[in-house]
Structure formats: structure tokens, C-alpha cells
Design a protein around this ligand. Structure first.
Ligand SMILES: [Fe+2]
Length: 293
């Protein structure tokens, strides 16, 4: 507080300092400021647990912010998180990703409240049933160019491409030596998506990170705001990622329809979740445990 009109009428000589806002628990970790509305929260490192060790090789705090955006969606914040926590919707909502991402052979991991999904990138989805393994789709050629490879002289095929991109990155990218040093070969191509309970979606690639903070609307449970930040390692020199805005548009089109479906009188039996949607169940189990006395 800067000033109090007629402050001399306050009892006991009270000043602006006596009327400060309640302090919020804040910590700086990984280059981000984390806050907790709980007056006495667990220490952040304890709360994040194993996730801090898994994120360490990416050196998040050394990445630089390249863009931020704010998106308002007509859905509950949990509906958007459910979407972020499964790749089952890729084939119907983001079919363009199937050309460079294996949405079938994903790995799901669970860490107390949090979870992770590893998605192989650099090989197409088995759902496409591509018969000619020698034809490299355009999206994968873009990935090769990004890695410094020349698609026109490539002698391999779709069965070798992901591994070759990894090895090429490892061998050629001397200026990325720092960021790549602590990453495994698979981490040089693949997407590692972390869900940090209750509302953070963190997509990691070797050179970049996309963070989405899902915030509930203050009064309307059918609206939410997503705060999106894109970060890059200073040595990465990546072209502006056009795919993110397309993904957000596609999800933004879909989410209000999913929300309406959840409210439908015809939706009585709940969702039948597949094993690949296990992170949705995990999120809601953790949330229910917090909300159930
Ligand atoms: Fe999506």
C-alpha cells in the first residue's frame, strides 16, 4: 500500500506497512517462479520429487524465452489437462502429426502426483500403415533439415531415420554440445511431456521447451485460460515453430465440444478410458485424493 488517506485517524499510529497483502509462497526453480496458494506448502523440491532429477539434463534455467501467448478456451481447466495428458486424440484432432510422430508406442510413467509421456519423434505413426519405407514424408524431411541433414542424399529409410537423426545430431552439432551432453540419444529426437500436478504441461525436446499453465476461470467453471511459454537453448537457432499455433487451434476447436459433451444429459456412464489414457485417470485420482477429506 502506498498511501492511506486520513492515516492520522488510524489507531496506534498504523502505517502502510501494517496493511500489506498476505504473502504468497514463491520459489524460483528451473528458471520459473512457482507459487502455491497454501499458506504452508511442502518445500517445492519435495513436492516435485523425482521430476527435478529427470528435468535436470535439459538445463531449463539456461533456456531463453522466445514467445509467450495467452489463450482462452471455453472449457474447464481439467478438460484441457486431460487432453494434454493423452496422445489418443492425435489421430483425430492432429492428424498432421502422424507423419513424424509415433503416437502408438508411447511410454507412460508416474511419479507420485506427476506423470510423463515419452513419444518417439522421427518415425511416422504405425496408424498410417506406410508400405513404402523408402519414401520420407515432408514433415520428416523438415526434421532432417532442422538437424542439419540433407534429405536428398539420405541413403536410409523410415526404419533407420530416427536413429540416424539422433546420431547426426550427436556428431555434428558441436555448438549444441553443452545442451546435448547430458541427454540420451532418444532424448535428441523424442518428445518428453511432463504433467506437473495440478496444472502445468511441460513438453521437452532437446533444444526447446513449451510450458502451458492451465488456470481456472475465477467464476465460470466452463472457461479457462492457458498461459503458454516457448523456450529455446541459446545455441539452438530454431526457426519459429509454426506447428504449435496449429495444435492450439485444433485443440481450441475441439475442447468446447468435449466440454459440451461432458455436460450432455446423454453422458451418464462416464468415459471408457484406454490404457494409453492412464494419465487422465491418474490425474483425477490425485485430485480426488486432495479434495476428499
Ligand atoms: Fe491436442
Amino acid at each position: 500500500m502506498r498511501t492511506i488517506p486520513d492515516a492520522d485517524q488510524l489507531a496506534d499510529g498504523q502505517t502502510c506497512e501494517d496493511f500489506g497483502l498476505v504473502e504468497l509462497a514463491c520459489r524460483n526453480w528451473g528458471g520459473f517462479i512457482w507459487f502455491n496458494m497454501d499458506a504452508d506448502p511442502d518445500p517445492l523440491e519435495d513436492y516435485l520429487g523425482t521430476v527435478t532429477e529427470l528435468l535436470a539434463p535439459y538445463h531449463l534455467s539456461e533456456m531463453q524465452l522466445t514467445s509467450t501467448s495467452t489463450v482462452e478456451w471455453d472449457c474447464n481447466w481439467k478438460t484441457a489437462i486431460d487432453t494434454a495428458n493423452e496422445s489418443y486424440h492425435t489421430t483425430s484432432v492432429h492428424p498432421q502429426m502422424l507423419w513424424y510422430m509415433d503416437d502408438v508406442n508411447t511410454q507412460l510413467d508416474f511419479y507420485s502426483r506427476h506423470s510423463r509421456c515419452i513419444t518417439p519423434m522421427g518415425s511416422p505413426s504405425p496408424r498410417l500403415h506406410l508400405e513404402d519405407q523408402s519414401m520420407i514424408p515432408g514433415a520428416l524431411q523438415d526434421m532432417m533439415l532442422q538437424a542439419g541433414m540433407d534429405p536428398s542424399t539420405y541413403g536410409g529409410d523410415l526404419t533407420t531415420l530416427r536413429r540416424d537423426i539422433q546420431q547426426h545430431k550427436r556428431a555434428q552439432a558441436s555448438d549444441m554440445k553443452g545442451p546435448y551432453d547430458e541427454l540420451s540419444d532418444d532424448q535428441l529426437t523424442d518428445s518428453h511431456h511432463y504433467f506437473i500436478f495440478p496444472n502445468i504441461s511441460l513438453t521437452l525436446r532437446a533444444e526447446s521447451a513449451t510450458v502451458i499453465a492451465h488456470h481456472p476461470h475465477p467464476t465460470d467453471p466452463d472457461q479457462m485460460t492457458a498461459y503458454i511459454s516457448v523456450l529455446q537453448h541459446p545455441a539452438a537457432h530454431l526457426a519459429e515453430d509454426q506447428t504449435l499455433s496449429q495444435l492450439l487451434e485444433q485443440d481450441g476447436f475441439n475442447l468446447p465440444r468435449v466440454q459440451r459433451g461432458l455436460h450432455s444429459r446423454g453422458f451418464q456412464q462416464g468415459a471408457a478410458l484406454l490404457p494409453q489414457e492412464a494419465r487422465i485417470r491418474h490425474f483425477h485420482d490425485v485430485l480426488d485424493a486432495y479434495l476428499t477429506p
